[in-house]
Design a protein around this ligand. Sequence first.
Ligand code: MOS
Length: 722
Amino acid sequence: MRSVNREDGPVKVTGAARYAADHHPEGLAYGYLITSTVARGTILGMDTAPAERAPGVIAVYTPFNPLRLHPYTQADTAELLPPLQDDRVCYYGQVIGLVVAETFEQARDAAALVTTRYDAERPRASFTAGLPNATPPSGGTPETDVLAPGVTSIDEALAASDVSITETYTTPAETHVAMEPHATVASWTGDRLTVHTASQGVRLPVERLTESLGIDAAQIHVINPYVGGGFGNKWGTWAHTPLTAAAARALGRPVKTVLTREQVFTVIGHRPITSQTVSLGAAADGTLVAVKNDGISSKSAANDFYESVADLSLALYGSANLHVSRKVVTMDVPATTIMRAPAESNGSFALESAMDELADALGMDPLDLRLKNDTPSHPVSGLPWSSKHLEECYRVGAERFGWSRRSPRPGTVTDGDWLVGLGMATATFGASRGEASIEVRLRDDGRAVVSGAAADLGTGQSTVFAILAAEVLGIPVDRVTPVLGDSATPPAAKAGGSGSTSANGPAVRLAAEAAKEAVVKLAAEHEKSPFRGEAVTYADGEVRGGGDAMPFGELLALLGVPEVEVTATSPRHPRREHAFRSFGAHFCEVRVNRWTGEPRVARWLCVVDAGTIVNVKTARSQIAGGVVMGIGQALLEDLRIEPDTGRFGNATMADYLVPVNTDIPPIDVEFLNYPDTVLSDLGARGIGELSIVGAAGAVANAVHNATGRRVRDLPITLDKLL
Ligand code: MOS
């Protein structure tokens, strides 16, 4: 497997990489958002006069002096309504104003002078209180049942099982806390708009700006090559982006709006709260015969996204009878949105905890239970997996981690004051190959430029472009310049759904092949070409023919052709005959202090079956990052909603806990690297999300093995272990 340094590493560590907020066009003014201080109600009035008189203030926009934005019609993971177009408030921290001033500090200070009067209503801010009124999601499928012939209900199948368990598992709201806060810089030249905005795909803001500003997509250019983390929170185009563009248009000068860290918590969406009641029924030998999961997700009144949290229970283990249901609790809270492995991460916490609880009830090793129920085909569709080596992940992981040293009796292994436990869980995430277009330019300086409107959120995607193009072109990786994050380049796959490399990789290779053909044709046909009329071939960066060879750059220079440019499109995989997933196995050791209840993760191993690994160095970091986020989910993260006010009680980086270095053990990652040749000739599936799936379940299972305590509500804080 290749291991290549990030092509963008030097510019990032030297501060030369310019993120969205680092752009300062000539004549720039600064926007600052005003946000609501009630969670539900009507704005009666806003006194903006003191702010308008404050030093440096250029404009104060509110629902009473709005920037006109057209309604959104295209689907987005952000809010349903554009900001400032009416006087309704539907969550605490909603954008209700924008102050524009000569400096950021002036805009911020003036925003503090605006007073707002509300007719406040009591918000729906308690998930628990809303549970009795949970409803099937509008437009969603309320239930899915797959029953064996002759079985009339899942409960009948459960009742007929030799052994069964039923438990309820809950997960709190979480937020992405990407290192880079959201920011938008908008400038107009005539009727053309240039935007720098943090985004997981620069064509996403183009769509939303097109409709909200009422202009053509061709008038909008979004440029944003560097993104400081995404995890789903930069997929949607949030309120500040059209607002900033509209302000720049109205004022006739560029405007930059940077969200404060606190604003990121509410102006940007969060992962929903979930509850899953899981029943598993098995034969005495461990064969699953019934899997039932009733899932409920919170949903904001501001948009439609919820987690279909039970659905993973239909896709992971074979069982003759399967049932899931989906319900939502609508709350007056900021938008609910996608966050790393939406639905599957929370879904796996319940399913993987329940699998261990079933193993206990059966008196079986939890790894053996999973091996027993590994399935060669999708449990619902019956389609064969394109490529699945999960059993090898389990076996390699067990051997390497020392699973045989796990005590089957919880609470029996100690090390001084620490109770020691081992846990494992299955990692998985859906895989696909979307359509992607890529442009390759071979230049007369011997370099290749590979362009597509993809995003590198820190994942290493730009380096994947360079590696794959260099390989096809037979040149060193450092002679390839990847260009990502520019909406004027061809529509490559955006950074979401673990689908960048699986879609863009084949497209880069196709485009590089086409570029080779184009330069060969040029060599054979151009009137000044020394290869004219020869049988021309291409190898190792050179054009060859008639016993001669010349690097493509020299040839282009000789011919006076500055560059050869081609664009290729790799189509979407129809996924008709196979089911596609990435798989893996997590193993961890957790130590719980017998006096304080403090849980510490001491060791981790993740064995990954995600098809071809293009760059093991960045892939390893992706997996480790997902494990870190999973440890945060297991032990720390908990976005608290005050039930009376609908306010997030811990919307700061000091109060919303995520893991720091000292919380994280050595993380060992092993890739099996079997190409998925059904998905593409490259054989790469996806790795962005699979590693968070199962991570919290593995921790919960290790905590149980250490202590005998089964914690079913995340996070597993020390108070739950005393
Ligand atoms: Mo990610 S939740 O696929 O943006």
